[in-house]
Design a protein around this ligand. Structure first.
Ligand SMILES: Cc1cc2nc3c(=O)[nH]c(=O)nc-3n(C[C@H](O)[C@H](O)[C@H](O)COP(=O)(O)OP(=O)(O)OC[C@H]3O[C@@H](n4cnc5c(N)ncnc54)[C@H](O)[C@@H]3O)c2cc1C
Ligand SMILES: NC(=O)c1ccc[n+]([C@@H]2O[C@H](COP(=O)([O-])OP(=O)(O)OC[C@H]3O[C@@H](n4cnc5c(N)ncnc54)[C@H](OP(=O)(O)O)[C@@H]3O)[C@@H](O)[C@H]2O)c1
Length: 241
């Protein structure tokens, strides 16, 4: 692995805490859904964290979507980067939250909390999900309506079934509460207009580890099981912490 230097082109702030960095950097080979470590030199030390690509592999400009964790060493500093500033990108993208790992089924369900939407945006900006699955659902669960980001990008995906959740205020057009409860009581299927069943559904989960655990349990209760290379199933997960 080597560290490659990149330059910030734009740092878009969606809210006080949420930002999207677009950077001009090295051309990296990766599959949509993967992540790479990005780093800054802080107090004489290189501090690195994994970030999912938001851009599709064909786009030479890298894009990352982040949240400020006020006590964290890296994210507050990434949020303050301005055009022209430097950061470092590792040369070795990685990760298994990718469509090439999945069996063919009718419906692809991409379920995320918070910044966990990032790898799904990259996947949805490629041709693969639209060619391989008859139905594609994107679920994005956030605390506040202002955190339902990338609405313009999502709105341009005409065949996408988009189901937003807002948990800490009432928001027109979004489901209330959390994903696992809505799997269990059928509200998620009703909102997507699609059945969630082992015969037809492949599910990818990304974001908060508690959401991954609780949603997996709700899906297992519906007959779906974890996907493994040697024992293909229906549920793939990537935890952000
Ligand atoms: C495979 C992978 C991919 C990731 N991709 C992204 C990404 O695309 N965007 C992104 O913002 N983060 C992503 N993360 C998390 C990221 O690597 C950092 O942990 C995060 O940016 C905070 O860094 P920090 O140094 O400020 O604080 P840290 O010391 O790394 O984290 C402090 C605490 O903040 C919480 N936390 C960490 N990340 C998040 C988050 N994303 N949302 C809410 N709470 C969090 C956890 O409780 C953690 O212990 C990813 C992590 C992994 C493992
Ligand atoms: N200004 C700032 O710097 C700032 C501002 C905001 C947040 N933050 C930081 O960001 C972090 C939170 O980030 P976030 O809002 O993306 O993360 P989050 O806590 O993961 O919340 C995102 C969504 O996931 C849901 N969720 C949580 N646990 C779940 C579970 N077990 N099952 C299903 N859904 C679950 C939440 O619902 P619930 O609402 O029901 O929990 C919410 O709808 C905090 O640590 C905070 O420090 C910083």
């Amino acid at each position: 692995m080597t560290w490659l230097e990149a330059k910030v082109l734009e740092n878009r702030h969606w809210t006080d805490a949420l930002f999207s960095l677009r950077v001009e950097g090295p051309r990296l080979a990766f599959e949509a859904g993967q992540f790479v470590r990005i780093a800054l030199d802080i107090g004489g030390e290189r501090i690195a964290r994994p970030f999912s690509f938001v851009n599709p592999p064909a786009d030479p400009r890298l894009e990352f979507y982040g949240i400020v964790l006020p006590e964290g060493p890296l994210s507050p500093r990434l949020a303050r980067l301005a055009p022209g500033d430097s950061l470092f990108v590792a040369s070795n993208p990685a990760g298994f939250l990718v469509l090439s790992e999945l069996p063919d089924r009718d419906s692809l369900w991409l379920m995320s909390t918070g910044t966990g939407i990032a790898p799904f945006l990259s996947i949805l900006r490629t041709e693969a999900p639209w060619k391989r699955f008859r139905n594609v659902v994107l679920v994005h669960a956030v605390r506040h309506a202002a955190e339902l980001v990338y609405r313009e990008t999502i709105g341009q995906m005409k065949d996408l079934r988009y189901v937003p959740f807002v948990s800490r205020e009432s928001a027109p057009g979004a489901l209330a509460g959390r994903i696992p409860a809505a799997v269990t009581d059928g509200r998620l299927e009703a909102a997507a207009g699609l059945r969630l069943a082992p015969e037809t559904s492949q599910v990818m989960l990304c974001g908060n580890p508690d959401m991954l655990k609780d949603t997996t349990a709700a899906l297992v209760a519906r007959g779906l099981r974890k996907h493994r290379r040697r024992n293909p199933g229906h549920i793939s997960v990537e935890s952000f912490w």
